[in-house]
Design a protein around this ligand. Structure first.
Ligand SMILES: *Cc1c(COP(=O)(O)O)cnc(C)c1O
Length: 342
């Protein structure tokens, strides 16, 4: 029987057997007594990490490796590339993804090209060692044609699936080699941890990803791994509810006279909308009362951020506000947004 993702989120990554605890405990140990096959947590992992990795692996259809953060995951993956490798990244994508790649280019390690995420033909034509996709993109919420790009790719294909979650799309099943998550966001779901995950269905890549974690030392915390798995259990119901509210708010925002453009991909909990300029967008972020003005996304609380204020986000429209929709009452959220806009 192939369980549905909603069921997998509940049943995977649990100890089994008579007397087994239902939840894998927080294993707070760096080292283990000799002779048991497990030596040191950095290289061998812990049962707490493994439980989370089992669950995310089950949802994405591959073998998962957990890291200290989403950015640590990126750094570990880049560490597997020989010096001089070429990487392509979307023009609009997570700012620090582009920041880390730019730094690697400045240090003479990689050559980096940026491409419009919606120009599928350009991605298909790109002759690079690594195609780093992100879909939907953060913060412009462009949807990339993963299948078409992966089928034409000459190099390795990585997909940052943070905004979609494995419930909306499973890139490994669309031809990607590696899927990555900032589990800080929807998987954790409560804005209380930093953690990243990479998943692959290729045995050699899985081994490379493990070795890279050890080399880079990008290991997740025991408490963080426990909390991320606890968060993942409720991700399907959270996402369904957040998505319902996001769709409602997106359609109302589209009717509002102060809003010049709404970007909603038709699924998920993220809505980006534009006001006339930086000043009016800043005012909205300062005027919300229920909604919090803060960076990050995917938590139970609704957050707004004028994205262009960040270093590396200068090309984002100055009046663009990225909103991560949470679990508050939709009418309360609309009331707050409407007041802030008016
Ligand atoms: C937040 C985010 C990251 C970085 O993850 P951290 O856990 O904050 O290091 C990477 N990609 C996307 C799309 C993100 O939203």
């Amino acid at each position: 029987m192939d369980w549905s993702p909603r069921t997998l989120a509940i049943v995977s990554g649990r100890p089994q057997g008579p007397g087994a605890p239902l939840n894998t405990p927080i294993v707070a140990a760096s080292t283990f007594e000799a002779g048991g096959g497990v030596v040191y947590s950095r290289s061998d992992g812990t049962a707490t990490w493994a439980a989370l990795e089992d669950a995310v692996g089950a949802l994405e259809g591959g073998q998962a490796t957990a890291y200290a953060s989403g950015v640590a995951t990126l750094s570990a993956i880049l560490d597997t590339l020989p010096v001089g490798s070429s990487v392509v990244v979307p023009t609009f994508s997570y700012a620090l993804t582009r920041g880390v790649l730019k730094h690697a280019q400045q240090m003479g390690r990689l050559t980096v090209t940026e491409l419009d995420p919606t120009d599928t033909a350009a991605w298909q034509a790109a002759d690079a060692d690594l195609l780093w996709l992100e879909s939907p993109t953060n913060p412009t919420l462009d949807v990339m044609d993963i299948e078409a790009i992966a089928s034409a790719a000459r190099g390795r294909v990585v997909v940052d699936n943070t905004l979609a979650t494995p419930l909306q799309q499973q890139p490994l099943r669309m031809g990607a080699d590696i899927v990555v998550h900032s589990a800080t966001k929807m998987i954790g779901g409560h804005s209380d941890l930093l953690l990243g995950i990479a998943v692959t269905n290729d045995e050699q890549i899985a081994q490379d990803l493990r070795n890279a974690r050890t080399r880079v030392g990008a290991t997740p915390g025991a408490l963080e791994a426990y909390l991320a798995l606890r968060g993942l259990r409720t991700m399907p119901v959270r996402l369904a509810e957040q998505e319902r509210t996001a769709a409602l708010l997106a359609s109302r925002l589209a009717e509002h006279p102060s809003v010049t453009k709404v970007r909603y991909p038709g699924f998920g909990m993220m809505v980006s909308f534009e006001t006339a300029d930086a000043e009016s967008a800043g005012k909205v972020c300062d005027s919300v009362e229920l909604i919090r003005s803060a960076t990050s996304l995917g938590g139970v609380e609704t957050l707004v951020e004028r994205r262009a204020w960040l270093p590396g986000e200068e090309r984002v429209p100055p009046g663009l506000i990225r909103m991560s929709v949470g679990l508050e009452d939709p009418e309360d959220l609309w009331h707050d947004l409407h007041n802030a806009l008016t």
